[in-house]
Design a protein around this ligand. Structure first.
Ligand SMILES: Nc1ncnc2c1ncn2[C@@H]1O[C@H](COP(=O)(O)OP(=O)(O)O)[C@@H](O)[C@H]1O
Ligand SMILES: [Mg+2]
Length: 397
């Protein structure tokens, strides 16, 4: 069945769309990717999303309007990618749309006398189903939260499907606004998967690049500015003391912890001589926090042969260089191979485009939901049980 998956992450840069032919079920699922493209948000939409998700006080009317506006943009992105890929929308059977997270709570808090945990993704699926005529599933995170989970991460289901291996322990790292990893032991079952957010991904880097170029650039292209700077290892070490990094998994984080306030904290943590130095140090901190997550929470449990990296962060070559170096440091300092002989590669090398993996995941999750099949990993989200994810809006077809 031809399924579209759509995703916009914490960077709020725009919509990743993947079209995939999916057959089978659960661990026998087969995915044949037909297209994968990125459709950026218009700049004013992005700014409003960043304001809302950054905690700005907005009236319910704005949230409601943004929910429907994003529904329109997601529908257009889907139709655009179908057209550009020469795939008639009549062939599309299902859409899985993650939408845009504007609020995500990591732990329950007391609210009007009850302990409540909640998450909110917007981009109205009813609008997408109406515009495309295709059955659309959205709101993937809520069922897991209702089952006592954190509602994230959800991509480990796809990681397990794609990357489990009889002899090689593997870690899949995704560097979006926030960086996360899925670790799978050799021959491991889904209940043995370890998955968590490691900390900031591109979030801090993007904020610094925007600041350095007075808003002209949204990110540091290929990490070229960072490559001209000098890393302050003292600052990296100091900032790595942040309580989040040491917290044992499962754990998730977001803009609440590593957004605007964290940028201020970062800038106050050292005297940077140039914006290049700040960028280099932020890239090093990002890489070090990922490597720390692997070394502290994965390697003590099992060995890892491959580290497969995806997400927009793959395009930042300085960040990738630092990640390779830091993953490979310590035990094998100076050798070609990494910790315990780890190979670091991008997901492209496994046939999955680095910036399309998460969109593919939501196509796969939607496909399972349509078959009434649970597709969360309780080991990753901390839920009481795996849940059938999402809400279905039936299309006209
Ligand atoms: N050419 C590039 N050079 C460096 N970084 C890039 C490039 N293209 C994208 N990125 C980074 O990737 C980010 C988007 O990654 P993505 O995986 O879409 O994150 P998210 O899931 O949070 O939306 C951008 O904000 C930017 O930091
Ligand atoms: Mg994105």
């Amino acid at each position: 069945m031809l399924v579209a998956g759509m995703m916009s992450g914490t960077s709020a840069d725009g919509i990743d769309v993947a079209l995939a032919e999916i057959t089978g079920l659960e661990w026998k699922t087969r995915i044949r990717l037909r297209a994968s493209r990125f459709v950026p948000y218009p700049p004013d939409v992005r700014h409003r999303i960043l304001a809302i998700s950054g905690g700005a006080l907005v009236p319910a009317s704005e949230l409601s309007q943004m929910n429907f506006l994003l529904g329109e943009l997601f529908a257009r992105a889907c139709l655009h990618v179908c057209r550009r890929s020469g795939i008639g929308k009549g062939r599309l059977r299902l859409i899985g749309s993650h939408g845009q997270t504007v609020y995500h709570q990591n732990a329950a808090s007391r609210f009007c006398g009850l302990r409540v945990q909640s998450t909110l993704q917007i981009g109205e699926p009813a609008v997408i189903a109406e515009r495309t005529g295709v059955t659309t599933i959205g709101d993937f995170r809520t069922a897991d939260v209702a089952a006592g989970g954190r509602g994230a991460p959800l991509v480990p289901y796809l990681d397990y499907l794609l990357y489990r291996h009889p002899r090689r322990g593997r870690v899949a790292v995704n560097i979006g606004g926030i960086a996360n990893l899925t670790a799978i032991p050799a021959r491991g079952g889904p209940e043995e998967v370890i998955a968590f957010d490691t900390g900031p991904g591109n979030m801090l880097l993007d904020a610094l690049a925007e600041r350095a170029t007075k808003g002209k650039l949204r990110y540091d292209p290929a990490g070229r500015m960072a490559a001209r700077g000098e890393i302050s290892e003292t600052v990296v070490r100091r900032l790595l003391r942040h309580a989040y990094f040491r917290l044992p998994p499962p754990k998730t984080t977001g803009r609440e912890q590593f957004g605007r306030d964290y940028l201020k904290r970062f800038l106050a943590s050292g005297r940077f001589h140039s914006s290049q130095d700040a960028l280099a140090t932020a890239a090093a901190l990002t890489a070090e926090s990922i490597a720390y997550g692997v070394k502290k929470f994965v390697l003590p449990k099992f060995s890892v042969a491959d580290c497969i990296v995806s997400g927009g962060g793959v395009k930042n070559l300085f960040l990738m260089k630092e990640l390779r170096r830091r993953l490979c440091a310590d035990q094998d300092a100076g050798q070609e191979k990494g910790s315990g002989g780890m190979r670091v590669l991008t997901s492209d090398a496994t046939g999955i485009p680095a910036d399309g993996k998460e969109a593919i995941a939501f196509a796969v999750l939607a496909y399972h939901t349509l078959h009434r099949w649970p597709s969360s990993l309780a080991s990753a989200t901390g839920a009481r049980h795996p849940a059938i994810l999402g809400k279905v809006v039936y299309g006209k077809q």
